[in-house]
Design a protein around this ligand. Structure first.
Ligand SMILES: Nc1ncnc2c1ncn2[C@@H]1O[C@H](COP(=O)(O)OP(=O)(O)OP(=O)(O)O)[C@@H](O)[C@H]1O
Ligand SMILES: [Mg+2]
Length: 394
């Protein structure tokens, strides 16, 4: 069928043609945004889920919702080597500048820009390094102690007060939150704690891999009272059908029942894979309806494609020993496995395997669903590991 009008959208953060199965997460986020805008107490969402389930897509959608309800928003993405100050300062500056387009800042906005400057000086970061300029003088004595935890809280309060004075609100959205070191995540949680105590109209919304849940609790035990952790999981069979059928129907194209069942069987309802299979099946089919034979052919194409990109880029970032560890995990199956069993396959002790395991968690490849258990963060990675390394290296 005509590839030019192919509606499917495999890729990182690409808005899917039908955002299936996520109405509860979106509805709750909208309620949270509107309540915080009104100065009411509310827990903000930190969306957790495996790779490719649609976390970034949800954040983009939430950002759009927040903007529609009159919030000033910024969205940033943490990386393995990120530094929270460098990530947030340009973002917060942008929010502050947006409070008054006429450039005649109100007092609290001027003050908050000064606090932003002193925050950087406390952490010994030059403004020039961030390639930004702040004309207001630094607010000496506020947010410049050099202690991230208190300084970030001062900064959030200053931005929250500026938002309140401007009769506006601010939503800060951070993707890949699992990459923040514990001390930075702790400071962020503390900052949210401070602004929520003061009922200021500023909120933090985030997303990350499943380890974010444990990281947050470890960083601050009271985090569960400030955030909710909606789980973005694989879609149900019903929602998977909607994700495929709806976009096709809009182009007067259908899938046969058998074709839909086969795609669900192959993808297990994981959003990224649904897009990939939808995309390939569409291009392969000669005409509507897309049938089971088209999907059989799409299976080959989609797997080749994933092996060369989605899976491959992650595999290439690993050391040979890390690859061995994941191969051993794959050997045991697609469910969470006891860390001792994985080490056993590698012929080493659990303690001996601990640094390898910790490195893989830091790289976002695995997580620990329960104490002592280990699972892949990338769906279907076990099958890929067996394809790329047919034999265990011993
Ligand atoms: N609810 C959904 N229904 C159908 N497709 C979806 C849905 N959510 C996301 N997708 C598709 O899944 C793919 C992955 O989405 P996204 O990049 O947001 O995932 P992610 O969880 O952020 O992944 P990663 O952890 O790798 O960053 C995209 O192609 C997107 O179009
Ligand atoms: Mg993402």
């Amino acid at each position: 069928m005509n590839p030019i009008i192919n509606p499917f959208a495999p890729g990182a953060g690409n808005r899917p043609p039908s955002l299936a199965g996520r109405s509860d997460i979106l509805k709750n986020a909208e309620i949270a945004i509107k309540r915080i805008q009104q100065g009411k107490a509310e827990r903000c969402p930190f969306i957790v889920g495996l790779r490719g389930v649609g976390k970034t897509v949800l954040l983009v959608e939430i950002q759009r919702m927040a903007e529609n309800s009159g919030c000033q928003t910024v969205m940033v993405e943490a990386q393995e080597s990120s530094n929270i100050a460098r990530l947030l300062v340009p973002a917060l500056r942008k929010i502050l500048l947006s409070f008054d387009k006429s450039k005649e800042f109100k007092d609290k906005t001027k003050k908050a820009l000064g606090v932003l400057k002193s925050f950087l000086s406390g952490l010994k970061i030059g403004i020039g390094e961030l390639e930004i300029s702040i004309n207001e003088p630094a607010e000496i004595g506020v947010a410049d102690s050099g202690l991230l935890e208190t300084d970030l809280a001062d900064l959030f309060v200053a931005v929250g007060e500026a938002a309140q004075e401007a009769k506006s609100s601010a939503t800060i959205i951070i993707d890949e939150l699992q990459y923040l070191p514990e001390i930075e995540l702790g400071a962020l949680i503390m900052a949210v704690h401070k602004v929520s105590q003061k009922q200021l109209p500023i909120m933090l919304i985030g997303a990350g891999l499943p380890q974010l849940l444990g990281n947050t609790g470890k960083a601050k035990s009271y985090a569960e009272r400030l955030f909710i952790f909606p789980q973005a999981t694989a879609l149900s069979e019903e929602d998977s059908r909607i994700a495929l059928q709806e976009p096709a129907m809009n182009e007067q194209v259908a899938f046969t029942e058998e074709a839909l069942a086969e795609i669900y069987k192959q993808t297990k309802g994981y959003p990224y894979f649904l897009q990939e299979w939808g995309f390939q099946s569409w291009n392969i089919a000669e005409n509507s309806p897309i049938d089971i034979n088209d999907v059989y052919e799409a299976n080959r194409m989609a797997i080749t494609n994933l092996d060369e990109s989605f899976f491959r880029v992650r595999f290439d970032r690993l050391t040979p020993r890390e690859q061995d560890y994941l191969r051993a995990l794959a050997e045991l199956g697609d469910k969470p496995q006891r860390s001792g069993d994985i080490a056993g396959i590698l012929g080493i002790s659990t303690e001996g395997a601990a640094p390898l395991r910790a490195g893989l968690i830091a790289k976002g490849m695995i997580y620990s669903p329960r104490h002592g258990d280990t699972a892949f963060t990338v769906p279907l990675f076990d099958e890929f590991m067996k394809r790329i390394m047919p034999e265990l290296r011993r």
